[in-house]
Design a protein around this ligand. Structure first.
Ligand code: 6LW
Length: 529
């Protein structure tokens, strides 16, 4: 059986394709760089992250994007020759006017470089690209304000991709509301449309509609929604919605969808929104429904027929895969480039991180503070399970209180914990633990003098129920010491932060003196218990 979520921790809004026997999923990344996470599998069960498509500033400029702005709901597609990625850069997401710019990039090698972007429109987020059987392509787009789903042809004219012809609203939704995340399919005699409805929270669901004509009218499935969450079941995946379909080589159908794992008994998600998969079946009258528990998303899904056995998955038989889902990371920075698991806020870590200046160390150069929406020197991984230990070993020699480096357990620029080394007004090195709660920064502990310049070890351990975090530090061969009392993870959840990304563990440095002091990290690890 396949255990859900298949992509654990911050991996929402999945878009899936199959090319031969290879499956690929793209997920949203918001203000995190590089843009769009990509995953590969041969059996829908074991997934490995592969390099992101948006790795150049010419493809994506996130500087200044608000927390949980940036890249929403990508759409990955393949027309037999080229891979296409449609994505939105959300510049503002409050009030009546959302500024949501939609782009397309393409490539003939999903592991290689993708093109520079083609601007499409800014009329609504969650655009997707539909390749019809006659070779024509269509942009399928929600209209900001949840005003319905538009379709317009996208054609390659004299080497330029252009939206052409009529832009027509083909579907206004089922009546559930918050119609977004459209994906179009041409199966048999029908054009099928999947949309997310109910809002990306606890009423989320997948709605299905169909028409004999691309331009409509579309009728909603009689047993709609075709997928949602069992709200009264405490073990059930929640927020299930925003789905995309894929057919296996043996003609089986699966739906990948967004989900969340709230803290037990609470509507509170420190792991953000994740990706799960359900096996679907066609009804006699040509609609889809989830196998097993009807419309409710299950924690388990049957594996597809004819898949290679794990022992045959050579290229996927990485340490991460052997450990199954709980990927985690153990890094001593011996490589020449950073793992695909790392992200940085808004700017590429290539602009401030260096693996060659001091072999065996990751050197980060200090820039702006963590609450900046511009240039922050932070290299982080998403939290994938509640019960985690994150550790790093750091060398940093601050002279001023405006310089700080350490380990952060954070959600976004406004909500984070930061355990690190700075200097007091006299220039003496001290340990600090600070908390930012909706942008208000407070000291969790009084500064602790640090003697000498040995490497400083920093650790955060989260509780099995995900509700608490305890910070520790160690100098040289000393014993681990706890820094302050237990901290709540409540400020690091989607609900509290009104965000979409979940919590992260990361290595961080800032230097507001402008002297660009650097912090050297010898090791970074996140393990799940
Ligand atoms: C995404 C929208 C949604 O663009 O939330 O879950 C938005 N549904 O479709 C951000 O993830």
């Amino acid at each position: 059986m396949i255990e859900n979520p298949i992509l654990r921790g911050f991996c929402p809004d999945p878009s899936i394709i199959r090319v031969g026997e290879d499956y690929y999923i793209a997920t949203s990344t918001f203000e995190w760089w590089p843009g769009v996470r990509l995953f590969h599998s041969k059996d829908l069960k074991h997934w490995e992250q592969i390099p992101s498509p948006l790795r150049r500033e010419s493809q994506l400029d996130l500087i200044g994007d608000p927390p949980s702005g940036g890249v929403w709901a990508p759409c990955l597609s393949y027309d037999g020759h080229m891979f296409y990625l449609i994505y939105t850069d959300v510049k503002t997401k409050k009030g009546r006017f959302y500024n949501t710019h939609n782009y397309m990039v393409h490539t003939d090698d999903i592991y290689g470089e993708w093109s520079d972007p083609v601007y499409l429109n800014s009329i609504g987020f969650d655009p997707s690209l539909f390749h019809d059987r006659d070779g024509k392509k269509y942009l399928v787009n929600m209209v900001n304000g949840f005003k319905g789903i538009l379709v317009q042809e996208l054609a390659l004219t004299e080497g330029n991709w252009q939206l052409t012809g009529e832009r027509r609203k083909v579907y206004s939704g089922s009546g559930i509301g918050y119609t977004e995340g459209p994906h179009m399919y041409h199966i048999g005699d029908w054009y099928y449309l999947l949309v997310a409805e109910g809002g990306t929270g606890y009423d989320h669901c997948v709605t299905m509609a169909r028409s004999k004509n691309l331009w409509g009218p579309y009728e909603t499935a009689p047993h709609n929604p075709i997928l949602t969450s069992h709200r009264n079941n405490p073990d059930a995946l929640q927020k299930c919605g925003h789905g995309d379909l894929v057919e296996t080589p043996d003609g089986e159908w699966y739906l990948v969808h967004l989900c969340s794992r709230p803290l037990d008994g609470e509507k509170s998600c420190p792991l953000g929104r994740e990706t799960a998969i359900q096996k679907m079946q066609w009804t006699e009258d040509g609609w889809l429904q989830a196998e097993g528990d009807g419309r409710f998303a299950g924690r388990l899904a049957p594996e597809p027929k004819g898949c290679p056995k794990p022992e045959d998955l050579k290229q996927q038989d990485s340490p991460m895969q052997r450990s199954g889902f709980k990927m985690g990371i153990e890094d001593d920075f011996q490589g020449k480039k950073l793992s695909v698991l790392y992200s940085s806020p808004r700017v590429s870590y290539d602009t401030f991180a260096n693996l060659s200046a001091r072999p065996g160390y990751l050197r980060l150069t200090g820039q702006e503070s963590l609450n900046s929406l511009h240039r922050v020197s932070l290299v982080a991984v998403r939290q994938q399970e509640y019960h985690a230990t994150a550790e790093t070993v750091m060398e940093f020699h601050p002279d001023y209180p405006e310089q700080l480096a350490g380990l952060t357990y954070m959600y976004d620029a406004l909500n984070f914990y930061l355990l690190g080394k700075t200097a007091d007004e006299e220039g003496n090195p001290v340990l600090t633990l600070i908390k930012s709660d909706m942008g208000t920064v407070t000291d969790v502990i009084s500064p602790i003098p640090l003697s000498g310049d040995e490497p400083l070890e920093l650790r955060v351990v989260t509780s099995a129920d995900g509700r608490e975090a305890v910070f520790y530090y160690r100098l040289g061969t000393d014993e681990w010491k706890q820094a302050g009392s237990t901290c709540s993870t409540h400020i690091l959840t989607d609900e509290y932060c009104r965000g979409f990304t979940g919590a992260h563990f990361g290595m961080y440095v800032h230097d507001m003196t402008g002297l660009k002091y650097r912090a050297d990290f010898k090791r970074f690890s996140v393990s799940y218990l």
